[in-house]
Design a binder for this molecule. Structure first.
Ligand code: HEM
Length: 203
């Protein structure tokens, strides 16, 4: 029988999928509010007024779920010396050449960069989002800053998530089952996260 290894606990998977659902809702409704050309999308979510009322709440729930992920993972997301070498050679990884790449721990350097990018973008989105939520109570300079920074942070976040969704579904076969069932095969763990595999398997 294939040996399976625990990768993500139920709490890790739950916070990830809650954040993913809120993110997708906030992304589509945000795009609908952002451009008149995309306003048609608001129809899918109950119309303009509903979208305007729920978009900020989805953003808050997204940030809260990301906060739970931050508490669980931030210590494991620090870059070590091998990660810096990995980043310097990431062009090889992008071409599917793993020979010469340093082994990764529980998360590889690309995943760690995604985590910090999403954290920074979410923080910016929340702060600027609160300003845009209550514009009448905010000074003009803050409103102008928020109008520029909110879509800029959203673009960075959406770009990162497109790469993330591609990598965790098509790019790295087997990764999705880690986030769905919580377990991966020993072979998958060894080939994608060799250092982590040795830690958990005690070899
Ligand atoms: C909606 C589609 C999404 C899918 C299919 C997806 C899939 C996955 C999978 C399979 C993993 C585990 C990778 C592994 O075992 O190495 C993962 C991890 C993770 N996900 Fe997602 N995810 C999605 C959305 C999001 C969103 C919206 C965020 C928001 C910040 C996010 C943040 C993360 C983070 C920080 C990790 C840990 C590091 C990493 O593996 O990149 N994910 N995701």
């Amino acid at each position: 029988m294939t040996k399976l290894i625990d990768r993500f606990s139920f709490a890790e998977r739950a916070s990830h999928w809650v954040s993913a659902a809120c993110f997708l809702y906030a992304m589509f409704t945000g795009l609908a509010l952002w451009s008149p050309r995309l306003f048609w999308m608001s129809g899918v979510f109950g119309g303009g007024e509903t979208v305007r009322a729920w978009h900020p709440w989805a953003g808050m729930f997204f940030a809260a779920a990301l906060g739970v992920m931050f508490r669980r993972w931030s210590a494991q997301m620090r870059l070590d010396a091998d990660d810096r070498v990995w980043l310097a050679k990431s062009h090889l990884y992008a071409q599917n050449i793993e020979a010469g790449m340093p082994e990764s721990g529980r998360f590889n350097a690309g995943q760690k960069m995604l985590f910090w990018t999403q954290t920074a973008a979410a923080l910016t989105l929340v702060i600027t989002g609160i300003v845009l939520w209550f514009p009448e109570s905010m000074p003009r300079a803050l409103r102008l800053g928020a109008i520029l920074l909110h879509p800029a942070a959203a673009s960075v976040s959406i770009g990162g998530i497109i790469v993330h969704i591609y990598m965790s579904t098509i790019g790295v076969p087997g990764a999705l089952q880690a986030m769905v069932r919580g377990r991966v095969t020993a072979g998958w763990a060894r080939s994608h996260h060799g250092k982590w595999y040795r830690e958990v398997a005690g070899r």
